[in-house]
Design a protein around this ligand. Structure first.
Ligand SMILES: Nc1ncnc2c1ncn2[C@@H]1O[C@H](COP(=O)(O)OP(=O)(O)OP(=O)(O)O)[C@@H](O)[C@H]1O
Length: 191
């Protein structure tokens, strides 16, 4: 799944994990950033050095990776296989850059885009969450526009508009469970 920051991906995922505690898994990413207090290696992230991360890149260990503010983050094939070997369906919350990279692999995922009803509402949600400063809000919105442009190219096979949360969740749950659903059309998002 992908979608612009603030569209409600975490909200949908939290609800899905709460409703189906044994069905889904999230893969543990690798990162070169330092652990924050309370973060455990192998649980929150695999914390590795830059050298180790670069070795893994050379070994093609990553499905996708990216560098954000000086640190690498990546999803390895190994961790996704661990989830499926444990009998769970693996969910990835991933940015456009990651989606592009996954398309180069032989994995055959369902590509789902979570869309805001309008850009105005996306802005309101990000502001309403109370986690952003003026600068970080502007940064997230600029990235959001790139995510939306990629969706407009038709990169995802399924779209769910997170307008009414219950409605969006019920579609999301069906997609996650592998049921056939009639999804939404991508809104114009040109406001
Ligand atoms: N359908 C909805 N209607 C109104 N508000 C919503 C809806 N879905 C989520 N929200 C609210 O929007 C805010 C952003 O949601 P959330 O944190 O889940 O987004 P996100 O896509 O995971 O963002 P990020 O990528 O930055 O982590 C939250 O305050 C959440 O409660």
């Amino acid at each position: 799944m992908s979608g612009p920051s603030g569209v409600g991906k975490s909200t949908l995922l939290q609800r899905l994990f709460a409703d189906h505690p044994d069905k889904f898994g999230f893969s543990v990413s690798h990162t070169t950033r330092s652990p924050r207090p309370g973060e455990q290696d192998g649980k929150h992230y695999y914390f590795v050095t830059r050298e180790k991360f670069q070795d893994l890149i050379k070994q093609n260990a990553f499905i996708e990776y990216a560098e954000f503010s000086g640190n690498f983050y990546g999803t390895s094939f190994m961790t996704v296989h661990q989830v499926s070997q444990g009998g769970r369906r693996c969910l990835l919350d991933i940015e456009a850059q990651g989606v592009r990279q996954i398309k180069q692999t032989d994995l055959n995922p369902v590509y789902l885009f979570i869309s805001p009803p309008t850009l105005h509402q996306l802005r309101q949600r990000l502001q309403g969450r109370g986690t952003e400063t003026e600068t970080s809000l502007a940064k997230r919105l600029a990235t959001a526009l790139k995510e939306i442009d990629y969706a407009k190219e038709g990169a995802h096979e399924l779209v769910i508009v997170n307008d009414d949360l219950d409605r969006a969740y019920s579609l999301f749950e069906k997609v996650a469970l592998g049921e056939k659903v009639e999804c939404d059309a991508l809104p114009p998002l040109d406001d």
